[in-house]
Design a binder for this molecule. Structure first.
Ligand SMILES: *[C@@H]1O[C@H](CO)[C@@H](O)[C@H](O)[C@H]1NC(C)=O
Length: 149
């Protein structure tokens, strides 16, 4: 098998077994640049989130600034109304990021999105921010999801 063919096979295998890259909208990452957003498991888009399950969100970004801390703020936007979406741990420095954050470095923020059984069945947009020391966004991303039974 030639090398290029092997790469294609390997890449499709990775795409199949690994998490799904989701289409996202940047909602104002002033202190960083988002490279990629993965949600696992998510086999179709918008991601179907089953009640009672937990999903892994992985946001890969580069920082433009130095920061000692990072704090995640998550909202579910239903129509135009943002509702706080509680996550078990909002400390970005305990979510895959090694702090202090240095400028021009790449980080992967990895956290869980628990979908409670009492959530209603609906479509919404998840808005996920990670704020730095200055309370500015290292990233702000939005992606649509559908909560299903
Ligand atoms: C997060 O995504 C990045 C970029 O695809 C990848 O390198 C990293 O291994 C992922 N981390 C986890 C814990 O899945």
């Amino acid at each position: 098998m030639d090398y290029r063919m092997l790469c294609v096979v390997l890449l499709s295998f990775l795409a199949y077994t690994n998490s799904e890259q989701v289409k996202f909208v940047d909602c104002g990452s002033v202190d960083g640049n988002v490279v990629e957003v993965d949600v696992q498991p998510c086999s179709q888009q918008p991601c179907q989130l089953h009640k009672g399950q937990s999903y892994t969100v992985n946001v890969t970004f580069s920082s433009n600034v130095a920061s000692q801390t990072s704090k995640a703020v998550v909202h579910g936007v239903i129509g135009v109304v943002p509702v706080p979406f509680p996550i078990p741990c909002d400390d970005g420095c305990k979510s895959g990021i090694q702090c202090p954050i240095a400028p021009q470095k790449m980080y992967s923020y990895v956290n869980q999105l628990p979908v409670k059984s009492e959530y209603p069945t609906l479509k919404l947009v998840v808005e996920w921010e990670l704020r730095d020391d200055a309370n500015k966004d290292l990233f702000c991303i939005k992606f649509p999801v559908q909560i299903v039974n």
